[in-house]
Write a protein that binds this ligand. Structure first.
Ligand SMILES: N[C@@H](CCC(=O)N[C@@H](CS)C(=O)NCC(=O)O)C(=O)O
Length: 325
């Protein structure tokens, strides 16, 4: 674990001293958008037109944020349009590295050893965390964007003229409702598990775990009445929740101490999770070995031995029973 300071890699853990034990996630810094015609998107500058073979995605299979982008790449059938490099699950003193083993790959663009090299190629003076996902532009040689919530929006629509997939996970009439639920899920669930697990005071931990389970309880109730989070089709809001839910019982319950309940203990969340997992193209993006190994073996301040637990036995292929709704 570490970060870049003025383009130089430093091995440091998250500093929670100034925030009274609370983990604060820094904002992503590269915010340009790939668009259908190359015009500027909601932030940043233009010049990034959707083209086959031009963009490259850097991901960790372990990472719930990067996982979103892999799901959208798969659902929108962008596999032949956007290539991918996969980092090793262990994130230690050099941060994310390319090891080309057990489901991880080399860096297909530069043959870099570590992810920070990609950041300094984009900005030799970059200061900040070196996170995945990263969407790289091979044409201009820079990072287009390193914010997963924006990369999935690009994948959802910018490349539509290059494929025959017309699925829209962020349809106009549902946007307000999707944004509302995203805000709650982001703060208390997606980031809530990290705020719980990375807390370094009892008070900070308890505050975030309580908020996390308050939201899970209300989502479970909501999913008793409605098959999906917003409307009667799968939307972006469901995929954003999915990547946290699929890691929950295997990692967040134990490693991050989010253990008031398991997802399996709920009435509606387990079937909902299984239905999303069983959508064609999704299960291939879930790699439980990378997920468990990353968290348990990388965060030495939380789990100094690095032992990865063998359980729990999970089967997301069981019938989901959600058709009744
Ligand atoms: N806001 C970013 C967050 C990405 C993120 O934090 N990724 C984690 C992996 S799960 C990471 O790369 N962390 C490295 C670090 O913080 O140094 C996004 O959603 O794209």
């Amino acid at each position: 674990m570490g970060m870049l300071v003025d383009g130089v890699w430093q091995d440091v853990w998250y500093d929670t001293k100034e925030t009274k034990g609370h983990f604060k996630r820094a904002a992503s810094q590269f915010r340009n958008w790939v668009t259908a015609d190359g015009s500027a998107g909601p932030s940043g500058t233009g010049g990034f037109k959707a083209e086959a073979g031009r963009y490259h995605l850097y991901v960790a299979l372990a990472c719930p944020w990067a996982h979103r982008t892999l799901i959208f790449r798969s659902l929108k059938k962008l596999e032949n349009i956007i290539s991918v490099s996969i980092v090793d699950p262990l994130m230690l003193e050099n941060g994310w590295e390319f090891k080309n083993r057990d489901g991880g790959s080399v860096d297909h663009i530069f043959g870099a050893n570590a992810m920070w090299e990609i950041y300094t190629r984009a900005d030799p003076q970059y200061s900040g965390r070196v996170t995945v996902p990263v969407l790289w532009d091979t044409r201009t040689g820079t990072i287009v964007n390193n914010e997963s919530s924006e990369i999935i929006r690009m994948f959802n629509s910018a490349f539509d003229s290059l494929t025959d997939v017309r699925l829209d996970y962020y349809p106009d009439p549902l946007r307000t409702e999707i944004d509302e639920i995203n805000a709650i899920v982001y703060d208390t669930v997606n980031n809530g598990v990290y705020k719980s697990g990375f807390a370094t005071t009892q008070d900070a931990y308890e505050e975030h775990v309580q908020k996390l389970f308050a939201t899970l309880d209300s989502l479970d109730a909501r999913l008793g009445k409605s098959r999906y989070l917003v409307g009667n089709t799968i939307t972006e809001a469901d995929w954003r929740l999915f990547t946290t839910l699929v890691r929950f019982d295997a990692v967040y319950v134990g490693h991050f101490k989010c253990n008031i309940r398991r997802i399996e203990d709920y009435r509606n969340l387990p079937g909902y999770l299984r239905e999303l997992y069983q959508v064609p193209g999704v299960s291939e993006t879930v790699n439980m070995e990378h997920i468990k190994r990353h968290y348990y073996a990388s965060h030495k301040t939380i789990n100094p031995t690095g032992i990865v637990p063998m359980g729990p036995a999970l089967d997301f292929n069981r019938p989901h029973g959600r058709d009744a709704l």
